[in-house]
Design a binder for this molecule. Sequence first.
Ligand code: BV8
Length: 243
Amino acid sequence: MTFPPELLQRLSIAQRVTVLTGAGVSAESGVPTFRDAQTGLWAKFKPEELATPTAFRREPRLVWEWYAWRRELVAKAKPNPAHIALVEWEKRVPAFTLITQNVDDLHRRAGSRNVIELHGNITRTKCFDENVVVKSWPETAEIPPRCPRCGGFLRPDVVWFGEAMPEEETSRAFAASAQCDVFLSIGTSAIVHPAASLPFHALEHGATVIEINPDPTPLTDEANYVLTGAAGVILPELVRALA
Ligand code: BV8
């Protein structure tokens, strides 16, 4: 794959690189994206309908089982060349910030260090009532299991639609988007807010914005460069071209 020489020049001198990833980066690890049709049992549900506190209150068992299914799928998945290329790039840049919308833990498992998990992490569980992480709970047949302290339902430690964003992670993500030389939006449909506003925030602060995605998104017309294709193919070639 050939890249525009001025893009390679820009990236090779960049000292502060900020990356935003979405489900597309994990697609080549076999983790279905949100816009892919859900498979099997879950085909009849839309993520926006299940990933909400209202859905959990109404059908705690169904929502817990959807996440249990996704946790199992993610546990079996492996980081792919896109995750690995980002680990490689981080080692070569003084200030590299990886902001992810993904809750699949694959960036951390790949070895990325400076990761901001905007929407939480499916491998962590918290108490729905106390909103604190719960590391273990007594074996039970009850679904969802209950908090050993207060008896409330346990839930995945992820940010649902309609829930407030984690303050610290969100402000760090906006700061990293305002202070970077280059911002890459990779494998995201750029629809979910406030994550989707980060590349525009970077543009407003003078960063060069690059989108890597097989399909057009609301960012495509505004980005300075658009590399159309799969992250697992483009990222390793881009990082190699920068070497
Ligand atoms: C909040 C965790 C307020 C759970 C997720 C402003 C405008 C419009 C709406 C809103 C707004 N502000 C707030 C909203 C509401 C809402 C929202 O944005 N709704 C959307 C639907 C319009 N936002 C919220 O509710 C947020 N909260 O703003 O709080 C508030 C304040 C105070 C008090 C109360 C409330 C919270 C949003 C977080 C939701 N949680 N995940 C879980 O995972 O179960 S979002 C979830 O969906 C993901 O984390 C991700 O963010 C999103 C999916 O998007 P993508 O990652 O982009 O994945 P997608 O499938 O869409 O696209 C994949 C892309 O990959 C595609 O483009 C495809 O082409 C590409 N691709 C495919 N293969 C590859 C590839 N790319 C590269 N390589 C490949 N091989």
